[in-house]
Design a protein around this ligand. Structure first.
Ligand code: FAD
Length: 117
């Protein structure tokens, strides 16, 4: 367990950012292999996330809300929902998942450009 709240929060913000950006970049029509890769990533994330209490909660979330990997939309919405469950537990504001497609860009100009059209 990381002793320091500030570090835990920084780690959380960075991790959510990576996770949501990755889901926003997930293929719209993933292959079985890509779906399997995302699922594995999420379960391994739950095993290896370096804040013990967070990882334990996240593993319970994975049981209750199995990762949705059928499309970019399904995956992004799933990520938004589980983050909101964590927000609720930590008494943070609930994010409007209807707006998530506008929020996460990867900085890979070409792809972001397509998205804005
Ligand atoms: P964060 O929750 O880090 O969110 C960052 C930004 O993402 C927000 O400012 C907002 O713009 C956007 N956002 C908010 N909600 C959503 C959403 N639903 N979908 C998309 N974008 C959104 N901390 C603990 O103290 N205990 C825990 O058990 C714990 N478990 C965690 C489990 C995981 C898997 C992760 C990644 C983090 C966990 N954290 C936990 C950290 C915690 O969730 C926050 O990251 C941290 O408290 C910092 O919060 P924040 O207010 O800066 O916003």
């Amino acid at each position: 367990k990381l002793g320091n709240e500030t570090i835990k929060q920084e780690l959380g913000r960075a991790s959510w950012k990576l996770l949501h950006t990755m889901l926003a970049r997930f293929p719209e029509k993933p292959t079985m292999d890509e779906r399997e890769a995302l699922k594995s990533y999420l379960y391994l994330f739950g095993r290896l996330y370096p804040c013990g209490e967070c990882a334990t909660h996240f593993r319970l979330l994975l049981q209750k809300y199995p990762p949705q990997t059928s499309s970019r939309d399904a995956a992004s919405q799933w990520g938004c929902v589980v983050h909101n469950v964590v927000n609720e537990r930590l008494r943070k504001p609930i994010f409007d998942c209807g707006t998530i497609a506008d929020k996460y860009h990867c900085g890979c100009a070409e792809e972001d450009e397509k998205k804005r059209k």
